[in-house]
Design a protein around this ligand. Structure first.
Ligand SMILES: NC(=O)c1ccc[n+]([C@@H]2O[C@H](COP(=O)([O-])OP(=O)(O)OC[C@H]3O[C@@H](n4cnc5c(N)ncnc54)[C@H](OP(=O)(O)O)[C@@H]3O)[C@@H](O)[C@H]2O)c1
Length: 330
């Protein structure tokens, strides 16, 4: 495993981490969760990602129980949660001081820990003044209930406002963002956030490195049974990724990316994850896996990174930008 600092923070987290979204509490039961967390931890993963909204809290309960069963020492791993969608009632959602406090306490109890290493605002809340959110996070840090707070899928202007308000008032500013980032989804991280990296050394814990499985190549010819895009509750994802014109254009590109992966003797899955790691503004890539075999393959992506030289990067760009095949040099 390789380790990276979370932006300008002193926290050294594993370049690959493990998240629980969709899988924990559906495909991954309590026993599978133990196996996945053990495999990740034994391979050097020290960050496990969660959110209050994942299976309405069940994901955190499963993760908390698994970590307890494995008896991991608290000073050897980091755990996160995210606040925004806590329930159906008005007081159970958003980024008000009340909901931030309640969400944090609920997550601490489900995860069975007495502090969260990372606590994210899962989305911006335009009904709550940013000042209130910054204050609420600052209080949690002062109380020792969280160590670092951050944003997820916030527009850059909102992040800058939060940082500047915190700095001006001697409060603790957000440290990291959790954006979607993969070969097919790049604008925020590679364009919008550049000033955040340059001027604030903001960290990133990126999600969906495989575009929900698309970048494994498993959807290239058909839709495998029990795969994410067959789940009835995520029918919208299938429509976006496979049924749309853009989805089909992406599948075409993915079929070509397979040749690049072959040329450096790694799987497309590993190439896709390692490609994310090649971006120095990525602090950690959060992996999702519905079984141990997938996670085993994905963790090996670290080894694939060294094989991604500038020629490989160039070839990937040509494919992603629909350049003619004869320009490829592998
Ligand atoms: N902040 C946010 O808003 C946000 C949003 C989403 C996710 N996240 C975080 O990011 C984490 C990762 O996101 P993600 O799950 O979307 O990541 P992803 O890597 O894009 O997709 C993971 C899914 O792809 C399939 N897969 C993974 N490895 C595979 C392999 N080797 N072979 C075949 N299929 C494979 C599995 O689905 P199937 O087996 O079911 O097909 C797996 O559940 C989440 O757990 C969560 O912690 C954050």
């Amino acid at each position: 495993m390789k380790y990276r600092y979370l932006g300008k923070a002193g926290l050294n987290i594993s370049a690959l981490s493990l998240g629980s979204w969709i899988n924990f509490g559906s495909k991954v039961d309590a026993k599978d969760a133990i196996n996945l967390i053990k495999l990740a931890y034994d391979n050097g993963v020290n960050f496990f990602d969660n959110a209050e909204v994942y299976k309405d809290g069940l994901s955190e309960t499963i993760m908390g129980n698994a970590i307890q069963k494995l008896g991991l020492d608290r000073d050897t791993y980091c755990v996160s949660s995210k606040v925004f969608w806590g329930g159906g009632l008005p007081t159970q959602r958003g980024l008000s001081a009340k909901h931030i406090r309640d969400a944090c306490h609920n997550s601490l109890s489900r995860l069975q820990v007495d502090y969260l290493d990372l606590f994210f605002c899962h989305r911006p809340d335009y009904n709550t003044p940013i000042e209130e959110t910054v204050w609420a996070m600052n209080v949690l840090i002062q109380q020792g209930k969280i160590l670092y707070w951050g944003t997820s899928e916030w527009p850059v202007q909102q992040i800058v406002r939060a940082i500047e308000f915190a700095n001006k008032n001697n409060l603790i500013a957000p440290t990291m963002e959790q954006p979607k980032y993969n070969m097919l989804h790049r604008t925020r991280l590679e364009h919008d956030y550049l000033d955040l990296f340059k001027y604030y050394r903001y960290g990133t814990t990126i999600w969906s490195p495989l575009a929900c499985g698309l970048l494994t190549g498993k959807y290239n010819n058909n839709i495998p049974k029990n795969s994410r895009l067959t789940m009835p509750e995520y029918i919208g994802m299938k429509q976006e990724f496979l049924d749309s014109e853009e989805g089909q254009a992406n599948i075409k590109k993915i079929k070509e990316l397979v040749h690049i992966a072959d040329s450096i003797e790694c799987s497309l899955t590993q190439l896709s994850i390692a490609w994310c790691l090649c971006n120095p503004n990525v602090s950690t890539v959060i992996l999702g896996a519905s079984n141990v075999e997938q996670l085993q393959e994905n963790l090996m992506a670290v080894n694939c990174m060294e094989k991604i030289n500038s020629a490989v990067i160039e070839n990937i760009e040509l494919i992603l930008n629909n350049k003619p095949k004869q320009e490829l040099n592998f």
